[in-house]
Design a protein around this ligand. Structure first.
Ligand code: FEO
Length: 169
């Protein structure tokens, strides 16, 4: 595998673990606020991010690339309102989308179509994650000020269950 592509994928492992950490911090915030459904949703999101990291870790290993694990940064966002974490989540997903696109571009330039095919799943996943984040912001802005509606939103998010990623290597 081309050095640039391998380096970017290796860096992305770290970014995905950071994403897991950020989402765990968001879950932590909602737990403190008494919103266990929101916390559940973000704890599951954190698990999914670990899955993303592990898929990249395994993909590199399967292609004979030595993986280097770097330190994971501390989540440094400050949340005050109930919408703050949702907005931080969307902003973060948009950033991750740009990172995935950069890796995709590097792989495509190198005619590394095995990697572009591997990344296709992530491109689609990013679309889903951005949409989920936008929907949550919309719903919180529409209903978050009403206690009864907030209770229902929370109950809905409490029902989310973890499922393993559809991509297998
Ligand atoms: Fe691994 Fe939320 O993207």
């Amino acid at each position: 595998m081309n050095h640039k592509v391998a380096t970017l994928l290796n860096e992305q492992i770290n970014k995905e673990f950071y994403s897991a950490y950020l989402y765990l911090d968001i879950a932590n915030f909602y737990t403190r606020k008494g919103l266990d459904g929101f916390a559940n949703w973000y704890e599951i999101q954190a698990k999914e991010e670990q899955d993303h990291a592990m898929l990249m870790y395994r993909y590199l290993q399967n292609n004979g690339v030595e993986v280097t694990l770097e330190a994971i940064a501390k989540p440094d966002k400050t949340f005050v309102t109930l919408t703050d974490p949702l907005k931080a989540g969307l902003e973060h997903e948009q950033y991750v989308t740009s990172l995935i696109n950069t890796i995709y571009e590097a792989a495509h330039e190198d005619k590394d179509f095995r990697t572009t095919q591997f990344l296709d799943w992530f491109v689609k996943e990013q679309g889903e994650e951005e949409k989920n984040s936008m929907d949550q912001i919309t719903r919180m802005e529409l209903f978050g000020d009403d206690a009864r509606s907030l209770y229902m939103l929370n109950s809905e998010l409490a029902a989310r269950v973890y499922t393993a990623p559809s991509l297998t290597l």
